[in-house]
Unconditional design. Structure first.
Length: 121
């Protein structure tokens, strides 16, 4: 299965999605902010990054822009999983290289796992 990097600052959600992806057969690493996420993208080399936007240290918007500007990790697909639901947030992330923008509160964890399957490299 896929190697997935979860970047999420909410420890409860991080654990829940980690368990859900692991139980679905994926190898999972986690980070609690964009800065940690960028470092793990380089060392873990995930097939997919699932990243929140609102995080401390470095937010997901900044991490996305930095990842897509870095030749070493620019081709790793990133799906944004956020509770921000403004159309402008979704448009901005996709414009900056995200493969998709998923609103957490609109889907169950199982539905999120299904929805990200097409984005595995």
């Amino acid at each position: 299965m896929a190697k997935i990097l979860l970047v999420e600052d909410d420890k409860i959600l991080l654990k829940m999605y980690n368990t859900k992806f692991t139980n679905s057969g994926h190898e999972v690493q986690t980070a609690e902010n964009g800065q940690e996420g960028l470092a793990l993208m380089k060392s873990f080399k995930p097939n997919l990054v699932v990243m929140d936007l609102m995080m401390p240290v470095m937010d997901g918007f900044t991490a996305l822009i930095k990842a897509k500007a870095d030749p070493e990790i620019k081709d790793i697909p990133i799906v944004i999983l956020s509770n921000l639901s403004q159309a402008k947030d979704a448009e901005e992330t996709v414009k900056n290289g995200a493969k998709a923008f998923i609103v957490k509160s609109n889907l169950t964890p199982s539905e999120v796992v299904e929805k990200i399957k097409p984005y595995f490299a």
